[in-house]
Design a binder for this molecule. Structure first.
Ligand code: BGC
Length: 588
């Protein structure tokens, strides 16, 4: 008895569990040369039923596993899908399809499944597979072409480092200072702390997302420590972009509130003002604001001494008096607070809302200040690198769009490729482009994604976290109104985020390589060991920023052994330490 015909019989036999069915069984068995009794026929019919039911159930169980996997991939609670089916058993056996459907629905009740019989699946299917593969390959190439514009080669990074070195030299030299894009502003901070600093100080911190007032107690000697109390205040968009008087009156109101909160009403403490904007300093306690950055636009401040603007506001209020002892850039505060713990720290770096760096330069190179002896901390204001066209060849259409829509077009071009205020916007612009080209979100533009600032940089940090499952990426996208995103969309969004943040960290690394190499060359050293104090939300929160930065540094400044120190509240502690040093010198 051959197996082929018998299997076919099963299909037929099970088709009719009736009298005719049994007649049919008998006929088949006779055709096979057998002489069956009625009991034989019933037994054969029963075996056939069991075998085909088992087949349908096994098939259903496997399909259920596939459906569950798809549902998990798509990160949806309920999957709606269609299964294309072909094959003679499924099509010809009268019970197989029903049993299979029943089993699938029983095993995955949270999937709405439709079964679609394929007409000529193999021929049409092969053509479809080819067409889909072709379309996907083309879309992949199109996306990569766009993303490639945001990827930098080692040569390009070396060139960024070289151009940064040129601008640093130009910024330091008297005759080119005014036209240099990197201003290299003297800070009048001549030494890092030595542990003898002490006293109680007030510190203000203006320049990031929030405004803070702090009370800092610095102790020296055996009880060497820094103790801080602070309160955070918001600065509304209206205040940021209103008049200078309104801004400084608001600041003074916050100080008054803080003094009351601390039970120190009427106290008169020396004040360190961390003011994180480019200032021309003619002394430690003078800071003429050159231009606002990071979305601030308060009128009547540029060209004015911010220490005077603050003192005027204090006098207007007539409630207390404060002595503004130091105007401090946040980079300098960060360097000082880290140097308090590690004397090798001679560089400060901020990668937060904005970006910038400072470092200890040889006085002989700081041509804007008289004297050749010793060191002075220079506030580089590297965020403005590129404002003279130095980055034009690597700027993409997305960088240009972000720049054009900012409060300060044409300015802070380097900052706009690196810092927290802008990275989300770059990503949003790439996503808009992909969607318009039909490469993302099935070409459907969500209204919310069209809103500027909606893709906050903190989402970048979250999306790129390795611990985050695609399901969570999707929920972030849903928050952005992208409710119908697919699993592939989430993967692509993650790739866009990582390309944009990788470029930011590499650019930061290239610039920092220029700084540490300059310090090494200043000291005629073959190799330099140095620490960099770092602060800023992007640096602290992003899961890969610091490692990419470190890797780039190792590659581009191989003669420097750089330790990155994360600062603990640099702006407050640093400002207090600088104020302490200034008070000590003044009282000496
Ligand atoms: C400012 C710098 C500041 C940096 C980081 C930039 O926009 O110009 O002075 O250090 O942001 O806060």
């Amino acid at each position: 008895m051959g197996s082929g015909p018998f299997l076919n019989c099963c299909v037929c036999v099970c088709a009719r569990r009736s009298k005719e069915g049994l007649v049919c069984v008998e006929q088949i068995l006779r055709d096979l040369g057998l002489d069956p009794s009625p009991e034989d026929c019933m037994a054969v019919q029963r075996v056939c039923q069991i075998v085909s039911t088992r087949a349908a159930h096994l098939c259903g169980a496997s399909l259920a596993a596939v459906l569950r996997q798809i549902r998990d991939n798509k990160a949806v609670d309920r999957l709606r899908t269609t299964i294309g089916v072909d094959g003679s058993v499924y099509k010809n056996h009268p019970q197989f399809a029903r049993r299979l459907h029943k089993m699938v629905r029983c095993l995955v009740p949270d999937c709405d499944v439709r079964f679609l019989r394929s007409e000529d699946g193999s021929g049409k299917g092969a053509a479809m597979v080819t067409a889909v593969a072709y379309r996907l390959a083309k879309q992949h190439a199109e996306r990569q072409q766009v993303l490639d514009t945001l990827r930098l080669s080692r040569e390009q990074l070396m060139e960024v480092k070289r151009r940064m070195e040129v601008q640093m030299k130009r910024g330091l030299a008297l005759d080119t200072h005014d036209s240099a894009s990197v201003r290299m502003l003297p800070t009048y901070v001549r030494a890092t702390p030595d542990g003898t600093e002490h006293g109680d100080f007030l510190a203000l911190d203006l320049g990031g997302t929030n405004f803070r007032v702090l009370m800092v107690r610095v102790r020296s000697g055996k009880r060497r420590s820094v103790e801080m109390h602070n309160k955070i205040y918001t600065i509304s968009q209206d205040v940021m972009q209103g008049t200078g008087e309104e801004l400084f009156d608001h600041i003074v109101h916050c100080i008054a509130d803080f003094l009351e909160y601390m039970g120190m009403k009427g106290a008169s403490l020396p004040l360190g003002f961390t003011f994180s904007f480019p200032c021309h300093q003619a002394g430690l306690n003078k800071g003429i604001l050159l231009k606002w950055t990071k979305g601030f636009k308060a009128s009547g401040c540029e060209g004015e001494d911010v220490a005077v603007l603050l003192s005027d506001a204090i006098h207007r209020m007539e409630e207390f008096d404060l002595d503004v002892v130091a105007v401090v850039n946040d980079t300098v505060g960060t360097m000082m607070s880290c140097a308090y713990e590690d004397p090798q720290c001679e560089v400060g770096l901020i990668v937060g809302t904005g970006t910038n760096a400072c470092y200890m330069e040889e006085m002989r190179n700081v041509e804007l200040v008289e004297g050749n002896e010793g060191l002075m901390c220079v506030n580089m204001e590297w965020g403005a690198f590129g404002d003279g066209g130095e980055l034009d060849d690597i700027c993409t259409e997305f960088d240009c769009a972000v720049d054009e829509n900012s409060t300060n077009p044409g300015k802070q071009r380097f900052e706009k490729m690196i810092s927290g205020m802008y990275l989300g916007e770059i990503v949003r612009n790439v996503l808009l482009d992909f969607t318009a080209k039909g490469l993302l979100f099935r070409g459907k533009l969500s209204e919310r994604l069209k809103t500027r600032g909606i893709f906050e940089t903190k989402f970048l940090s979250q999306i790129e976290s390795d611990r985050l499952a695609l399901r969570q990426v999707r929920s972030i996208l849903q928050h952005l109104g992208l409710t119908s995103s697919t699993c592939d969309d989430s993967i692509l969004v993650k790739e866009v985020c990582s390309v944009v943040s990788q470029r930011a960290a590499q650019l930061c690394g290239a610039a920092l390589a220029a700084v540490v190499d300059k310090i090494r060359q200043n000291r005629n050293l073959n190799s330099l060991s140095i620490s960099v104090g770092v602060d800023g939300t992007l640096y602290k929160l992003h899961p890969h920023f610091s490692s990419i930065l470190q890797e780039t540094l190792r590659d581009l400044a191989p003669q420097c052994n750089v330790t990155l120190l994360q600062s603990e509240d640099g702006s407050g502690k640093g400002a207090a330490l600088i104020t302490a040093v200034a008070c000590r010198m003044r009282d000496a």
